[in-house]
Ligand binder design. Structure first.
Ligand code: ZN
Length: 160
């Protein structure tokens, strides 16, 4: 049993095989999450500042998105949390090794940067800081994202 995403050079015939292998891995070893899709339309929140094009980041009506409700919730999407990429980052204290967690999933739902996911097992929430769709010959294979854990005092912790 492979423990991570299967990515190989493939012909058309192999695309479905690869996708179903990854799907199987996801079903066996994925983590149930709720996806929160950040609203980009709807009813403008009363906190919205038209001149600055900004919402109040502590607003509990729109959670800083500027749209009433803030997010659309999609329940029960499986994500894999296996990938930690180490990056060497230069700081004022010298070289630092930073761990950037990555997740991946296979879904028809739209996933964008600044959406967040809620891990059901431990209630942790993760904001997606980059999202990459893996396409082979215009077919969506899987979606990978870099994530950042949501702090306890973050307004995103309050989105129902
Ligand atoms: Zn608001």
């Amino acid at each position: 049993m492979p423990n991570d995403l299967v990515i190989v050079e493939v012909t058309d015939d192999h695309l479905d095989i690869m996708k179903s292998k990854n799907m199987k891995m996801l079903e066996e070893d994925g983590t149930l999450c709720n996806l929160y899709q950040r609203k980009t339309s709807g009813t403008r929140c009363s906190c919205w500042d038209e001149r600055r094009q900004q919402a109040d980041r502590s607003c509990i009506t729109c959670y800083g998105t500027g749209w009433v409700g803030g997010y659309d919730k999609v329940e029960d999407i499986l994500f894999r949390f296996p990938m930690t990429v180490r990056e060497i980052i230069w700081t004022e204290h010298g070289l630092n090794l930073e761990q950037i967690p990555r997740v991946w999933t296979i879904t028809d739902e739209t996933i964008k940067i600044r959406d967040f996911i809620h891990r059901q097992s431990d209630e942790e929430r993760f904001v997606l800081t980059s999202v990459e769709e893996a396409l082979w010959r215009n077919k969506l294979m899987h979606i990978q994202a870099e994530v950042k854990i949501v702090d306890l005092n973050d307004i995103l912790k309050q989105v129902p």
